[in-house]
Design a protein around this ligand. Structure first.
Ligand SMILES: Cc1cc2nc3c(=O)[nH]c(=O)nc-3n(C[C@H](O)[C@H](O)[C@H](O)COP(=O)(O)OP(=O)(O)OC[C@H]3O[C@@H](n4cnc5c(N)ncnc54)[C@H](O)[C@@H]3O)c2cc1C
Length: 369
């Protein structure tokens, strides 16, 4: 458990970092790049190291009993800027994977790199050819590329997944800052400043020093699907910011007493609060002793609730604010674009139906799901 002073300090720093990210977000969106000063602040604030255990100079934010604090951190970051939150969520996930499956040497090495200013990420998505491990002479190397890799061009310590036959492995790579990346395909309507691109890793040597854990560890449950609550927490932060901006708009224009607007406000508050109950509970359960199946089912249901809440909030805010919500650089315009894009996560139908099936096949009262 973190000492109260550590938690308070971290949350205060996160709040001030998120406020800075919010200030920078409009320019970052226009330039499709996050300002370097923000990354410098990310490291200076202690946020970059916070996920590591205290023995490695962090605050143990990825440990089981700190998931509620991590939830608050990601929610605050999502309220600041979703692109920044996405990159930091990837950074934290990479640290979690290395701390869960990696060797002590890999953990110490990543901590040293992050302390020196490195950013980590998890790059799992790939094209049909995939990233392969091939034998070359007396060593193994990678062949192929990763796609939809956030932070391509400035993340230097990514975890990548690669296959040898049917076995999937994770590698913690060291990528040179000038390693070629292809950002030309990242023309998404939102999340423009995440530098989400393709990167060819052909020829990179991999061996025991780079391999993190054993075959199949990346897909291990409840960590893979159960961890989905983290992106939900970032989405939730953006929803809360949208609802705040909606209130500000209505009050500033003297339109708050209109019964139709009050109805929209009620719907927004209920949706944001509903998502918060679910996301905070999913975070708590992720760190609990509950069995893997229960944790995954709850996280999957949380994804569905969060997505529905976000879509409802965006519709209400856009209809209640009107055209202004579509005109740059109003933050509502950008946040809706970012949120709509970031909501698109893998296999949402499967996540929802798996959650439904888990309850259907159990004998749990619904209130105890
Ligand atoms: C901003 C952003 C940053 C990202 N950064 C990273 C990153 O750093 N690293 C990384 O690995 N990935 C990253 N991703 C990619 C992410 O992990 C997912 O791969 C991606 O978001 C999947 O979205 P999708 O809509 O294409 O999913 P899909 O799973 O293709 O879903 C699209 C629709 O198809 C349905 N569907 C899916 N499968 C089937 C099927 N077999 N039959 C019928 N219907 C199906 C789904 O339910 C859904 O309705 C990022 C994504 C975003 C938006």
């Amino acid at each position: 458990m973190l000492a109260p002073t550590d938690i308070q300090l971290l949350l205060a720093r996160t709040e001030s970092f998120a406020a800075q990210a919010f200030e920078c977000a409009s320019a970052a969106d226009a330039d499709a790049a996050i300002d370097e000063t923000l990354w410098a602040e990310f490291h200076r604030s202690g946020l970059a190291m916070a996920a590591f255990p205290t023995s490695l100079g962090g605050l143990g934010l990825i440990e089981s009993n700190s998931q509620s604090d991590l939830c608050t951190v990601l929610r605050l970051l999502g309220a600041g800027d979703l692109s920044t939150a996405r990159l930091i969520e990837g950074h934290i996930n990479a640290i979690a994977l290395v701390c869960r499956y990696g060797t002590a040497a890999q953990q110490a090495s990543l901590a040293a790199d992050v302390r020196s200013g490195a950013l980590a990420a998890v790059w799992g998505a790939e094209d049909a050819a995939g990233l392969k491990i091939v034998r070359q002479g007396n060593h193994d190397e990678l062949r192929g590329r990763k796609i939809l890799a956030s932070g391509a061009g400035f993340v230097t310590q990514p975890i990548v997944t690669a296959k040898s036959g049917d076995d999937q492995y994770m590698f913690l790579l060291r990528i040179a800052p000038d390693h070629p990346v292809d950002l030309s395909g990242w023309t998404a309507q939102g999340m423009r400043s995440t530098a989400t691109g393709a990167i060819d890793l052909t020829g990179m040597r991999v061996g025991p020093d780079e391999q993190v854990g054993a075959a199949g560890d990346f897909m291990r449950q409840p960590y893979l699907s159960g961890g989905a609550w983290r992106f939900c927490a970032a989405h939730l932060g953006a929803m809360e910011r949208l609802v705040d901006l909606f209130r500000h708009h209505l009050v500033a224009r003297g339109r708050g007493e209109d019964p139709y607007q009050l109805q929209r406000i009620a719907a927004c508050v209920a949706a944001a609060r509903t998502a918060r109950f679910w996301v905070e509970e999913a975070a708590r359960r992720f760190g609990s002793e509950a069995d893997a199946e229960t944790i995954v089912a709850f996280a999957n249901m949380t994804r569905m609730v969060t997505e529905r809440s976000a879509l409802d909030i965006m519709e209400n805010v856009q209809r209640g604010v009107g055209l202004l919500a579509f005109i740059r650089p109003d933050p509502i315009e950008r946040i809706c674009r970012d949120l709509a894009t970031y909501l698109r996560q893998p296999v949402p139908d499967l996540a929802m139906s798996n959650a439904a099936r888990a309850w259907l096949n159990s004998s749990l009262p619904v209130g105890e799901f």
